[in-house]
Design a protein around this ligand. Structure first.
Ligand code: ZN
Length: 162
């Protein structure tokens, strides 16, 4: 349908090659193809979260844990699944550096730098889907694919654990 092919409008694009976008609830992850009116951004499913726009290939699928992080790497939102998965309450997670919760799966310093740089670039509006491999900061020997891309408004990086 035409709405599903709308261009991602939160990022100024210089080309017509922008990927299609969808809207999802920052709280419960409910997904819609209809752009909400500015006064209607509260999610109709849970009445708690704000609807955020992200590219259709980035938007969390049911039960995929996700976090929203700003350009200073501070956690701005996380899904109930992410809170369970990382064994942290939303209250404890908000405004914490995401690197307290997730770190690159391999321990090299270069990876930690790349992880932080990728999230900062994305949160600053770099409209490209990135893929990383991470683990919870306090769990060793686990490798989880992570997709990262821009979402908003307000603009931030959406991190989806696969
Ligand atoms: Zn919701």
């Amino acid at each position: 349908m035409a709405l599903a092919r709308r261009h991602l409008s939160i990022v100024p694009t210089t080309t017509e090659e922008a990927r299609p976008s969808r809207w999802f609830c920052g709280h419960c992850g409910a997904v819609t193809d209809e752009a909400p009116a500015p006064v209607a951004r509260v999610c109709g499913e849970c009445d708690l979260g704000l609807l955020m726009e992200a590219s259709a290939d980035l938007v969390p699928r049911p039960r995929e844990p996700y976090l929203i992080v700003d350009a200073s790497l501070a956690v701005q939102a996380l899904s109930a699944e992410a809170a369970r998965f990382l064994a942290i309450s939303e209250q404890e997670a908000i405004e914490r550096p995401v690197t307290d919760l997730l770190i690159p799966a391999d321990a090299e310093a270069a990876s930690a730098h790349h992880f932080a740089q990728t999230i900062m670039h994305v949160a600053a509006g770099d409209d490209e889907l990135r893929r990383l491999v991470v683990r919870p900061a306090d769990v060793f020997g686990v490798r989880m694919p992570l997709r990262v891309g821009v979402c908003g408004p307000p603009r931030g990086a959406l991190l989806v654990i696969e």
